[in-house]
Write a protein that binds this ligand. Sequence first.
Ligand SMILES: CC(C)(COP(=O)(O)OP(=O)(O)OC[C@H]1O[C@@H](n2cnc3c(N)ncnc32)[C@H](O)[C@@H]1OP(=O)(O)O)[C@@H](O)C(=O)NCCC(=O)NCCS
Length: 177
Amino acid sequence: MMTIRLAQNADLDSILKVVETAFSDEENKVIKNLVLELSTETASPSIKSLVAEVDNQVIGYVSYSPISLKSDSSISGYILAPLAVSPEHQKQGIGSNLINAGMDMLTKDGVGVFLVYGDPAYYGRFGFTEEIGHSFVPPHTLQYPFGWTGMMLNDTPVPEQPIQFECVSALSKPDLW
Ligand SMILES: CC(C)(COP(=O)(O)OP(=O)(O)OC[C@H]1O[C@@H](n2cnc3c(N)ncnc32)[C@H](O)[C@@H]1OP(=O)(O)O)[C@@H](O)C(=O)NCCC(=O)NCCS
């Protein structure tokens, strides 16, 4: 049976193993470093990470970190990154469960916008759209602009003008964008 819970410090090594096997050789150094930095960074509101377990083994991981909008402090936002599921457990809905659990958690926390930079062929099915992505301008130039998407939560209105935002330092690296 698969369960999802908040990640703890003691999960770090297992999470790094999941990332190492899920991402390609070129990507996994950068993503492991991101996981390490997210695990030590303190932010307010806090960074929230979830793990998925099967038979008490961590086989999936996702992290959600807060953003701060430069010109409209009335909207709170979170960004999803990274997401990984061990190859032998992929295509069983675990990635979807980690995203849906995050969406529920952020909705309950009253978050206004939920953003992700990734393959729209995957994230589109959860309701992330490019249109919402356009309203929130990341701190760095995007290498793959079509992968920048978002969704509004809690009936938050879409801003009339695109708004720039800042993210936690772990994500504030040009090579991640
Ligand atoms: C992306 C990932 C987390 C999905 O996890 P998962 O547990 O397999 O996801 P689910 O079971 O919920 O969904 C799987 C479906 O998504 C599809 N899918 C996975 N990656 C996809 C992509 N990049 N583009 C389009 N579809 C994708 C699968 O083909 C599968 O399709 P199906 O439902 O028609 O069979 C996993 O494939 C992974 O760890 N990949 C490597 C790391 C990565 O790319 N992370 C995301 C970027 S941060």
